[in-house]
Design a binder for this molecule. Structure first.
Ligand SMILES: Cc1cc2nc3c(=O)[nH]c(=O)nc-3n(C[C@H](O)[C@H](O)[C@H](O)COP(=O)(O)OP(=O)(O)OC[C@H]3O[C@@H](n4cnc5c(N)ncnc54)[C@H](O)[C@@H]3O)c2cc1C
Length: 393
């Protein structure tokens, strides 16, 4: 099978990247997305190494470089908002020979979505899969509205709580690995905080807050805190849970939550990895957070999501559409590096946010050392600087 109709569930970074690359190789991709539109909310992502490598191969770097926010430095601040450590973004960029940028996750999705329109396929919004049935020549997909369509291949790029994974491999509980944190992120319009031009991080035992300006009087806040696993938190319970968790916290942590309108959406999820022995079964394959979620603690989930899409498309082309061989090569190319990054994230989870036992002066000294101009490249090595596709054609 070369070319042919393929279905991609999930219009995030993984799904859009795969759709573009498969379309360019002669396939007919259909992307379905549960949400009514491409997301505009989210959080900041660092973009370098593997992500940069794939974006360059896709000729997207020019578009990504155009995304600019009023952020000149990363600053750690104390309970009164006074910086005790400042790292110019330019130092990070120089340490990575200019191959670094940052953006909102939604920016990357918008750039990919625009490219998808250029290469000539669209995304079907408000659509999800009800069931999947594979036979010898195709996968019959039943959508939520009970319509049926057949596809040569089906891809699950539908994130950490993937529906395709559940239908194909079974419940999430078989594959999830909770890292002990929850993450909440949201935007505030018309704020009155003077946060300047830095991505400011405030931390205290078991809870932290990242704040930065999006320009035009918009602010983005990310709360990362240790918590026992309480599973899915419904939207109505998110703000009260944050307010309870950050009660008495310093800097802007309580004020921002007090100002946040209760009706606005909050991204809220646990930091949970997905660890699977196999990423494909027959004509169905997973990619991105659906099979290889690293969590924000590893900082490169979007990079790997793009790399996985890239390798799937390359291997399908290389093997003339022989999906069994292509999927085996895909897993062989990226399983080991993913597992390593997942192990790294577990190590990072121990100190990502200080614990009650952390010795603050020592922690700050280590941060100053790792983020010094001299050692920043070494500091970034914690997240892995070599592209996962280095040497891969
Ligand atoms: C706070 C935070 C900070 C992060 N920072 C970084 C960083 O600095 N660098 C980095 O590289 N990565 C970072 N990550 C990780 C990165 O955001 C993810 O790894 C990446 O978004 C995964 O992309 P994806 O397309 O696989 O999944 P997702 O982004 O989850 O996209 C899945 C898509 O599928 C859709 N969907 C879900 N279910 C269904 C369904 N049943 N049917 C149809 N569609 C469905 C969703 O609406 C969504 O559009 C961070 C993550 C967090 C939470």
């Amino acid at each position: 099978m070369e070319g042919g109709k393929v279905l991609i569930s999930g219009g995030g970074i993984a799904g859009l990247t795969l759709g573009i690359l498969l379309k360019e190789k002669g396939y007919e991709p259909t992307i379905i997305e549960r949400d009514p539109a491409i997301r505009t909310e989210g959080y900041v992502i660092d973009f370098f190494s593997t992500g940069w490598d794939v974006a360059r191969r896709m000729n997207l770097i020019g578009e990504l470089r155009k995304i600019i926010y009023p952020i000149d430095s990363l600053e750690y601040v104390d309970a009164d908002g006074r910086p005790y450590l400042s790292l110019p973004i330019e130092s990070v960029r120089n340490a990575l020979d200019g191959e670094y940028t940052y953006m909102q996750r939604s920016d990357l999705e918008r750039v990919l979505f625009d490219r998808a329109k250029t290469v000539g396929f669209s995304v079907r919004f408000n659509t999800t899969i009800k069931s999947l049935e594979e036979n010898v020549s195709e996968v019959v997909v039943t959508f939520q509205n009970d319509t049926k369509e057949s596809y040569a291949l089906v891809f699950g790029a539908d994130g950490v709580h993937s529906r395709v994974r559940e239908l194909t491999f079974g419940p999430e509980s078989q594959f999830d690995r909770f890292l002990g944190y929850y993450v909440a992120a949201f935007h505030i319009e018309h704020h009155h905080y003077n946060i300047g031009r830095s991505l400011a991080i405030y931390e205290e035992p078991n809870r932290s807050l990242w704040v930065y300006s999006l320009g035009e009087n918009r602010l983005s806040a990310i709360y990362v805190f240790r918590h026992k696993n309480i599973g899915y938190v419904p939207p109505a319970e998110r703000l009260p849970l944050l307010q309870e968790t950050y009660c008495g916290a310093g800097w802007l942590a309580e004020n921002i939550l007090a100002d946040f309108p209760a009706t606005q959406p909050i991204f809220f999820d646990s930091a949970t990895q997905i660890v699977m022995p196999a990423w494909s079964k027959g004509r169905i394959a997973l990619l991105g957070d659906a099979c290889a979620c690293l969590t924000l603690l590893a900082g490169q989930g979007s990079h790997l999501a793009m790399a996985e899409a890239y390798v799937i498309a390359q291997e399908l082309e290389r093997h003339g559409g022989d999906y069994r061989t292509a999927f085996a090569a895909y897993e062989k190319t990226l399983q080991a590096v993913t597992k390593k990054k997942q192990r790294d994230a577990i190590r990072i989870s121990k100190f990502f946010v200080p614990s009650k036992r952390s010795f603050v002066p020592l922690r700050r000294l280590l941060q100053k050392t790792l983020f010094s101009n001299l050692l920043i490249r070494y500091g970034l090595e914690i997240f892995g600087l070599k592209s996962a596709l280095s040497g891969y054609q």
